[in-house]
Every structure is written in C-alpha cells, then in structure tokens.
Design a protein around this ligand. Structure first.
Ligand SMILES: Cc1cn([C@H]2C[C@H](O)[C@@H](COP(=O)(O)OP(=O)(O)O[C@H]3O[C@@H](C)C(=O)[C@@H](O)[C@H]3O)O2)c(=O)[nH]c1=O
Length: 178
C-alpha cells in the first residue's frame, strides 16, 4: 500500500499494491498495521457495499458526529466515481474546503480514498453498474449521522454528470454553516 497525502490534512489516496500473475491480481484492501504506521485510524468495525445502477447517481454528503465519528476507506470495485470530501471540522484551518479524486476499478488501477473523522463524503457515479466498498471504523449510528448539501453554492463542487440522480433525503440536508 502507498499512502499519498491529499491537500486536506489527514486525507489520503491509498494506492493498493496489486500482485499480478496470469490469473489477474490479488490486492490487500485494508491493513490495520500499515494504517497505524501511517497515522490512519486502524480500527475496522464494519464493511459495507453500495451498488449504483445508473451513471450520474450522487450520494452524499454524509458524516457522523461524536461519539460515533467515523473514518473510512472508500474503494470503487466496479465502474468509476467522482469522489469528494469536505472538511466540516469547525475551527480547522481547512474548514469548508473540499477535494476530489476519481476512483475506478480496472486491472491497472486500484485505489481507495481514506476519509478521516470530521469530513463529509459524497460521490457521483461516472458509469452504470458502479459498486463501492466501504471499510469503516465505527458501527452505523443513525442518531449521530449528519449531512450537508452536495449542491451548496458556497462549496461549488463541480459534479460532472447532469442531471444528477439524488435521493430526496439528500436534498433535505442543510447548507454548511459559514
Ligand atoms: C450508511 C448505512 C446505512 N444503512 C441503512 C440505512 C438505510 O436503510 C439504508 C440506506 O442508507 P443511506 O440512504 O444512508 O445510504 P447512502 O446514502 O448510500 O449512505 C452512504 O453515503 C455515502 C456517501 C457514504 O459516505 C456512506 O458512509 C454512507 O453514508 O441502509 C445501514 O444499515 N448501515 C449503514 O452503515
């Protein structure tokens, strides 16, 4: 695994090492020891998957607050996504800043986005039949789940596919406080 720091402190692109042979490849998608050695949260409480039928599907922007703040590794295991995190830690020097990466599943590239605690996360699919794997430090806690609007004009995130397919509940979130 290679840990490539992103512009927002604590966030990483995790390049998964592919062991190739004539059958294809094998790659470790989580390693508590390597995470701890690089200062990432090594706790793994749950693994979840989301299947997205259509290109343009947009989920987010979601995060969890204390006492169930979560860190997670987001990996695209089929298709591809435009993946975004926003720093929602009030008082952080990068509060309200966002960054994006493209995640994809191909024989040549396999990488994950490490989303630290205190960051909202969302993505838009760039292809039909896109599958996302989450490896999450905390258990799901609906009472501490929060969200912000993916289309907050103050953030101005350039979602690439129009129109986006968005669940009504994701339109109900507030704008991020100034
Ligand atoms: C997130 C989550 C949902 N659920 C349930 C609740 C609900 O009935 C159903 C669908 O949940 P949601 O609509 O919240 O799913 P979704 O909108 O895909 O939520 C996900 O969005 C992306 C952007 C993330 O970063 C994830 O951490 C997660 O928040 O699954 C769980 O059982 N465990 C979980 O960890």
């Amino acid at each position: 695994m290679q840990f490539v720091p992103l512009p927002l402190s604590g966030a990483y692109l995790v390049e998964l090492t592919r062991h190739r042979d004539e059958r294809g490849f094998f790659a470790r998608t989580w390693c508590a020891r390597e995470f701890a050695a690089h200062g990432l949260n090594p706790r793994l409480s749950q693994t979840s998957v989301s299947y997205n039928e259509k290109r343009g599907t947009l989920r987010g922007m979601h995060y969890q607050v204390a006492p169930a703040e979560e860190a997670k590794l987001v990996t695209c295991i089929a298709g591809s996504i435009f993946d975004v995190i926003v720093d929602v830690r009030e008082g952080s020097p990068t509060y309200r800043q966002w960054t994006s990466v493209t995640l994809q599943s191909s024989p040549d590239v396999l990488r994950g986005l490490y989303v630290p605690e205190g960051f909202a996360h969302g993505f838009q699919t760039l292809e039909d039949e896109t599958v996302i794997l989450y490896q999450i430090s905390e258990f799901f806690a609906p009472e501490t789940a929060r969200g912000i609007r993916h289309d907050d004009p103050a953030l101005g995130i350039p979602w690439p596919v129009h129109p986006a397919i968005v669940a009504p509940k994701d339109f109900a979130y507030p704008l991020l406080a100034p």
